[in-house]
Design a protein around this ligand. Structure first.
Ligand code: ADP
Length: 487
């Protein structure tokens, strides 16, 4: 493949969307969003304060209570969602370019993964808009009893920077299909694609106030969480932030769903298709610069194939193409920001000082931007920091294991439980592992296979509730029981 460098798109929208108006912050403050490739300022974005959040919540409440949203024919809501999906598809190059500009991910990934998955998610949930039905309940006595599924109200949605457009689609999809209105806060590192997506929603014809986007950092998020006019919070991010959100939401007993971090085990048995497993090990960890909550960051390899397998993984890691994310050949861009860069480098230092073997990488790449070499540690033991903590970067820890008997306990010895994978040709072994591992998603002979129809979320400290699939609609609905006397 020849290398082509694509020009970054023009940044068209940098204001917040509140009640159909594009606004600056009422506090007059803004913050810079930084290009992770060269550390320059891309744009200034409003730093939303409590007054902005209040205005957004009021607009969302009005749209919910007296606006045309949840009383609109459900088919029309679905049609608008499909229209937004169509507009995102016809502006795919621009949206993918914004994602790459703001986040640093390779343009080939933005185009082939983030955008198509986001479009698909909106279409999937558009199809649900007119399919939310209740039940008739055979109660004792002469009564007619049925249930209705009603929208929960105003949804506060707080998303991270690793998949900005996709996370927005995962959250808007079920909320809008259920008839909720939305106040979204994108991450301060990557607000641009969400603002443009909101602009396209406006173009699609969403009524004012149905979708509001307030930009800002954690304090803006906290103002959404504390606001009494918000009925539900959907959050994706770090578990420590989720803990703060639980405390802040307690006063108003908001409904909460969380999708948090992970330290996912990726287990390779000796009887696996080893080349496929090597490819899965690389993709499962290094995809998106290792900035995936479900990254296969603990690679367990059966002792009898350990040496051979590790050699192949290291060779493969060395083929990764670091550089300008707008170059179509690049497979690894920079980390998102300076904080992440520093945190990852400190874990690399800990890996070295705690006695793991650094087999490749381990250094900064280049002199500008937040690039880190693909890093592989061998002979990692379960108690090392790099085997326990979520690093959220291109750092793979490889741990040898003896046999099927010990692997489940070791795979489960983490407070996380988001995802797991197993590579084997033995069907019984694969399903036994799938049944025993404490994780919300298990991949067998594959990794990072996502679909809007397939639920995703965590056991233990990896989250509460599920996103995607039919089940995510229940995050945005209340069940009402209606009983009528027939006498
Ligand atoms: P990460 O470590 O991936 O940046 P965070 O949990 O810090 O994850 O951030 C995820 C999202 O949560 C971002 O949009 C961030 O601004 C927001 N956020 C951070 N702190 C809070 C908070 N106290 N309340 C609500 N949202 C917050």
């Amino acid at each position: 493949m020849t290398s082509t460098t694509i020009a970054p798109p023009k940044v068209r929208q940098t204001k917040m969307l509140i009640g159909g108006q594009w606004r600056e912050s009422q506090g007059g403050k803004s913050f810079a969003t930084i290009n992770p490739v060269n550390e320059t300022v891309i744009a200034q974005v409003p730093d939303g304060n409590a007054a902005d959040v209040d205005a957004a919540v009021k607009a969302a409440r009005t749209a919910f209570e007296s606006g045309p949203w949840h009383t609109m024919d459900a088919r029309d809501r679905g049609r608008l969602m499909n229209k937004l999906a169509d507009l995102m598809e016809s502006n795919l190059d621009e949206l993918a370019g914004l994602e790459t500009l703001d986040n640093g991910k390779p343009i080939s990934d933005s185009k082939a993964a983030d955008l198509p998955l986001a479009v698909d998610c909106l279409r999937y949930y558009a199809g649900w808009a007119d399919k939310l039905t209740g039940d008739t309940i055979p109660v004792r006595g002469n009564y007619f009893c049925y249930t209705r599924r009603e929208p929960v109200g105003v949804a506060g949605q707080i998303i991270p920077w690793n998949f900005p457009i996709l996370m927005a689609a995962w959250k808007w999809g079920p909320a809008l299909a259920a008839g909720c209105t939305v106040v979204m806060k994108p991450a301060e590192q990557t607000p641009l694609s969400c603002l443009r997506m909101a602009e396209l929603a406006q173009e699609a014809g969403f009524p004012d106030g149905v979708i509001n986007v307030v930009t800002g950092d954690g304090k803006t998020g906290a103002a959404i969480v504390k606001h009494p006019g918000v009925d539900k919070i959907a959050f994706t991010g770090h578990y420590e932030t989720a803990q703060k959100i639980m405390v802040d939401a307690a006063g108003t007993l908001k409904r909460l769903t969380f999708e948090l971090g992970g330290k996912s085990p990726n287990v390779v048995f000796a009887d696996a298709d080893l080349d496929a497993a090597v490819a899965g090990a690389e993709f499962g960890l290094f995809f998106n610069q290792g900035q995936c909550c479900c990254a296969g960051s603990r690679l367990f390899v059966e002792q009898s194939i350990y040496e051979k397998f590790v050699e192949k993984v290291v060779a493969r890691a060395k083929t990764r193409h670091l550089g300008d994310p707008f170059d179509t050949q690049t497979t690894q861009g920079p980390q998102v920001d300076h904080d992440q860069f520093t945190k990852i480098m400190s874990y690399i230092d800990k890996g070295k000082s705690e006695g793991a073997q650094c087999l490749t990488g381990g250094r900064r790449f280049g002199e500008k931007g937040f690039f880190i070499e693909p890093t592989v540690f061998g002979n990692v033991t379960d108690n090392m920091s790099i085997a326990r903590d979520e690093i959220f970067g291109p750092v793979l820890s490889i741990l040898p294991f003896k046999d099927a008997n010990e692997i489940i306990e070791r795979a489960n010895s983490t407070y996380y439980g988001l995802a797991a994978a197993v590579w084997t040709r033995d069907v019984a072994k694969a399903h036994k592992f799938a049944a025993s591992v404490r994780a919300g998603t298990v991949w067998i002979n594959c990794y990072d296979v996502f679909d809007a129809a397939a639920p995703f979320g965590g056991f233990k400290m990896s989250g509460m509730g599920r996103e995607c699939g039919e089940i995510a609609l229940s995050n945005y609905t209340e069940l009402k029981t209606v009983t009528m006397s027939l006498t």
